[in-house]
Design a protein around this ligand. Structure first.
Ligand code: ATP
Ligand code: MG
Length: 424
């Protein structure tokens, strides 16, 4: 029986990889320009990191984690998100001793046991950025500006930035209680999960996708009616910084985000081109996360971008697939050997060159050059080789010229080939 990939786990094939590389390269350039450094964290962590960090009563911890015991009986989990691990690494390596403010980013796969569908997979990729060590709303605004700037840089437009505040330890309990009381009166309308959430985590009801639950929350009290003056000040000041930067946002008082650690600022970037899985990125402030995982009280804020959803929104027409600069079609034994020597030399010069490995006819070699979409083909026959020359064919306009072989690299360079320095 043929072995297939696991459901919800995707291969990213060579014809798509150009887009992924472009997105990752742009993220690195933009984030590093904003002063962020890359961090790479393990894919496996102790389950406790997520159950304590993200919160026991969240969907992720309750039902979406890939958790298993290793051979020594430790409970391990494939990371469902990167923030908790990044916070752990910051504490574990005492990065705060080097510099109290850490701006970090991370790119890689996450794992959640969800129902696979368009825009929702079991292994998916995120680009994460986090700032640890500052509570000032200036940083919230700077991070959001960076996110939007990055999304625009890869060509995404028509995005909507949704903003909310979730209160903090001082005021969220009152909101939670107010919401719980309201929802109790609507309990008959709630799905089974939400009936349970009523006690464990009533804020999660606001995030439920079930139609009757959505109706039940239509007149629910808003967090903004409950927040304390400190949270209000933080929120007002964030809005002011965003306005100064000319960034449009809409307020969404129902947005709660799926992780329990958020405090104050919460945001989401939504695209209406995406259908039902419409959030491209989400994030927020989490001033209690560090304490939950055993650290000091350190404020933090960050976001995660879903790469699959982002890539599905990239504008059409941009050239992502790389084609050979040159294909060498050689006919006969001596020309084949010469072709092999030239191709190796070109590779060392950073020129993408291909040749025929199978002793095929000239016609079939030319077909392959076409199929590979080579920009030029060098036709090398016995006759030409004796004179130290070859025919260079422009595959686009079909024009041909004879050139001396010793000038090949120069000629190619003159034709403005992309030369990546090979470092040799
Ligand atoms: P959603 O409401 O879509 O489930 P979420 O609140 O669970 O999103 P986060 O944990 O904040 O999402 O992750 C940030 C981003 O990662 C999302 O906005 C989305 O683009 C992407 N994402 C989350 N879960 C998946 C998944 N299972 N498959 C693909 N992308 C995902
Ligand atoms: Mg989710």
């Amino acid at each position: 029986m043929e072995i297939k990939a696991i459901r919800g786990f995707n291969d990213i094939l060579p014809d798509e990889i150009g887009k992924w590389q472009f997105v990752e390269k742009t993220a690195r350039e933009v984030f590093e320009g904003f002063g962020y450094s890359e961090i790479r964290i393990p894919i496996l962590e102790r389950t406790e990191l997520f159950s304590r960090g993200i919160g026991e009563a969240t969907d992720i911890v309750e039902k979406e984690m890939y958790t298993f015991s290793d051979r020594s009986g430790n409970s391990l989990t494939l990371r469902p998100e990167a923030t908790a691990s990044m916070a752990r690494a910051y504490l574990e390596h005492q990065l705060y001793n080097i510099e109290s403010i850490a701006k970090l980013y991370c790119i890689g796969p996450m794992f959640r046991y969800e129902r696979p569908q368009k825009g929702r997979y079991r292994q998916f990729y995120q680009i994460d950025a986090e700032v640890f060590g500052v509570g000032n709303p200036m940083v919230d605004a700077e991070l959001i500006i960076m996110l939007i700037h990055f999304l625009n840089s890869v060509g995404l437009e028509k995005l909507e930035l949704q903003l909310n505040t979730l209160g903090d330890r001082a005021c969220r309990p009152q909101y939670r209680e107010g919401l719980r009381k309201y929802l109790e009166g609507k309990a008959f309308q709630l799905c089974e999960d939400c009936k349970r959430r009523l006690e464990t985590n009533p804020l999660r009801v606001l995030d439920c996708k079930v139609e009757t639950c959505k109706q039940a929350i239509a007149d629910a009290p808003k967090v903004t009616d409950f927040i304390c003056s400190e949270c209000q000040k933080h929120f007002d000041s964030l809005k002011e910084y965003l306005e100064t930067a000319g960034l449009a946002y809409i307020l969404n008082p129902r947005m709660v985000r799926g992780l329990d650690y958020y405090t104050r600022t919460a945001f989401e970037v939504v695209s209406y081109q995406l259908g039902s899985q419409n959030a491209v990125a989400g994030g927020g402030r989490y001033d209690n996360l560090f304490q939950e995982i055993g650290g000091k009280e350190i404020p933090g804020i960050g976001f995660a971008i879903g790469m699959e959803r982002l890539i599905s929104l990239l504008p059409e027409g941009k050239q992502f697939v790389k084609h050979p600069d040159l294909f060498i079609a050689a006919l006969g034994e001596a020309p084949s050997k010469e072709a092999y020597r030239i191709v190796n030399q070109l590779h060392l010069e950073g020129i993408r060159a291909e040749l025929d490995y199978e002793g095929k006819s000239l016609k079939s070699q030319m077909r392959r050059a076409d199929k590979l979409k080579a920009r030029y083909t060098l036709i090398l026959g016995e006759e030409e080789l004796k004179r130290g020359r070859a025919v260079l064919r422009n595959m686009e306009n079909k024009s041909q010229e004879e050139i001396p072989l010793q000038d090949l690299i120069d000629s190619l360079r003159k034709k403005s080939f992309q030369i990546e320095q090979s470092g040799l």
